[in-house]
Design a protein around this ligand. Structure first.
Ligand code: PEP
Length: 252
């Protein structure tokens, strides 16, 4: 059974309460496209207020700790996100991997914590430009998948994978449609190898400089089940253009 396309906005460290107005506009727009699942991951400080304010979209976190509680100053657990009204969490974003030194094992532990808390989880993977130039993109990404995916019975049902080439994030550069298709096919093959039949149902999002102008082409690539969107998710108009592209013709 094909799942609805999934369009997820990652607000990163952007947004104060004033941005709840934008979230409201996104929510009203998303309600007009029930064939598309829409999520927003605001900063932790907005999760609860946003979750209480919206109806059609799901609200998520951008990271979580591996433990449910404890002496981890500054961290937030998956259980706390769920308590605040979140429905999912992003783990392993390349900014977490690069800036906070998160390794595949950390990402896996966070993903398992998210599932234990009842959250959906989006596991991010992606190669650097140097890795792509060296012809290692597929090997790097499939190894990240093997190391980062949550283990355990039923994990696939709540799992989404986001392929985000590091060099495409926030740069305005995107891979060719052929390269996106080739990578998504490689990710699908790895998911099926690891998870069996359940691996064929896991959505694979593309992320990296998705915008209103390129969304239709990127979403039309092989095995692209949606998009993880950074900059273009901060404004309702631009995110809703991407939602419209996911909805397809006839769904204005
Ligand atoms: C991201 O950070 O996940 C992302 C895809 O950002 P952008 O869309 O701005 O490239």
């Amino acid at each position: 059974m094909a799942l609805r396309p999934y369009i997820v906005g990652n607000w990163k460290m952007n947004g104060t309460r004033a941005m709840l107005t934008e979230a409201g506009a996104i929510d009203r727009g998303a309600a007009r496209h029930p064939g598309v699942q829409v999520g927003i991951a605001p900063p932790f400080t907005l999760v609860q207020a946003m979750a209480e304010a919206v109806e059609a979209i799901v609200v998520g976190g951008q990271d979580c700790h591996t433990q449910a509680s404890g002496a981890y100053t500054g961290d937030v657990s998956a259980a706390m996100l769920a308590d605040a009204g979140a429905g999912f969490v992003i783990v392993g974003h390349s900014e977490r991997r690069a800036i906070h030194g998160e390794k595949d094992a950390d990402v896996r532990a966070k993903a398992e914590a998210a599932l234990a808390a009842g959250l959906g989880v989006i596991v991010c993977v992606g190669e650097t430009e140097a890795q792509r130039d060296a012809g290692k993109a597929e090997a790097v990404v499939t190894a990240q998948i093997a190391g980062s995916l949550p283990q355990g019975e039923g994990a696939a049902a709540q799992l989404t994978v986001a392929y985000e080439p590091v060099w495409a994030i926030g740069t305005g550069r995107v891979p060719s449609a052929e390269d996106v298709s080739a990578m998504h096919r490689a990710i699908r093959a790895k998911l099926v190898a690891l998870l069996g039949e359940a691996g064929s149902e896991v959505r694979i999002l593309y992320g990296g400089s998705v915008n209103a102008g390129n969304a239709a082409e990127l979403l039309g690539c092989d095995d692209v089940g949606g998009a993880l969107v950074g900059g273009a998710s901060l404004m309702a108009d631009s995110l809703l253009s991407i939602v419209l592209a996911a909805a397809g013709p006839g769904d204005d």
